[in-house]
Write a protein that binds this ligand. Structure first.
Ligand code: SF4
Length: 308
């Protein structure tokens, strides 16, 4: 598929303010940057439509805490953008009225960030007591409102990796058919600042990630994926790698308060991640992005194994 044939996806960052304080957050050092104004966001929504965006993903920080969130979503839908989605920590949906208003704004899908199967693990990572209970209540409220287009994503760190099979059980119980297990990005923010505390060895995390994917397959969940992983650790689930799918389907632009990236997928592969000498001759090198640059600086490349 050529770049022209791919669907344009715009990731619209509203700003970096958030009601959680996740230890690994890529935006940990950006909290003080000013939020975009409503006028700017509405202008950007129009620009996204005029550029032909098929998907508009609105993110923060936590975009749902903004008083103008529903207005921005409604504007995007009124302009005819087919898929308007939001990645969220889910807390705001614990308030049934707030959840009802967001659903009424026309949002097409929500991506809940769940970082543990229980409050002990999730709240320790979000550093926001009560955040797991609110997220669960939010899922319940959305179900009661008849809104079922909820996906999940989980950032995989040392503190939650062993609990991924249990977390898979949580997603299965809630009928969430679209889940990403995301190997933490240590190039920026919280995971960079506190690398050794948070970032697991890929050889330690991958078995838990694969186990979670296998549990999903067994339960009939056909849209569960691993993201940001070296493929030599995922040979038995090469059809479940987010990057491979998104490269084929999307051209993704990031519009943030402090930067614009016209090819987020391409630049991540070129700048953010790296293959090494150990990848020479690997049969998967053509489809693999390697591993995070900051990971290699800290742990080296001894875990990468060329696949014959
Ligand atoms: S050896 Fe390198 S290219 Fe091959 S799968 Fe592993 S990280 Fe990717």
């Amino acid at each position: 598929m050529t770049a022209q044939k791919k669907m344009l996806k715009i990731v619209l960052f509203t700003g970096y303010a958030c009601n959680n304080n996740c230890a690994f957050c890529i935006d940990a050092d950006k909290r003080a940057l000013p939020e975009k104004s409503t006028a700017v966001l509405l202008k950007e929504v129009l620009r996204a439509r005029n550029k032909g965006a098929r998907v508009l993903e609105i993110i923060g920080g936590e975009a749902t805490v903004r008083p103008d969130f529903n207005r921005v979503v409604a504007a995007a839908k009124k302009l005819g953008i087919p898929q308007v989605t939001c990645a969220t920590n889910g807390r705001v949906f614990a308030d049934l009225e707030a959840a009802r208003k967001i659903v009424a704004s026309g949002i097409d899908a929500l991506i809940f960030s769940v970082h543990g199967p229980d409050a002990r693990i999730h709240d320790a990572l979000t550093r926001a007591p009560g955040s797991f209970a609110q997220l669960k209540k939010g899922l319940k409220n959305l179900r009661a409102l008849g809104f079922t287009r909820v996906s999940g994503n989980t950032t995989v760190v040392k503190q939650n990796m062993a609990a991924l099979p249990r977390l898979a059980g949580f997603y299965i119980k809630h009928g969430i058919n679209n889940v990403e297990y995301i190997f933490v990005d240590p190039n920026y923010g919280g995971a960079k600042n506190d690398f050794k505390t948070l970032v697991p060895r890929i050889s330690a995390a991958a078995p838990y990630m694969r186990r979670a994917l296998a549990l999903g397959r067994r339960a009939g969940m056909d849209q569960w994926k691993a993201r940001y992983v070296p493929l030599c650790h995922f040979k038995d689930c090469l059809g479940q790698i987010s990057e491979t799918n998104e490269r084929e389907l999307f051209l993704t632009e990031h519009w943030a308060p402090d930067f614009t990236n016209r090819d987020a997928i391409g630049s991540r592969a070129v700048v953010g991640r790296r293959k090494t000498q150990r990848c020479v001759g690997c049969g998967l090198a053509g489809q693999c992005e390697g591993i995070w640059v900051e990971y290699l600086k800290n742990y080296g490349d001894a875990e990468l194994k060329a696949v014959k």
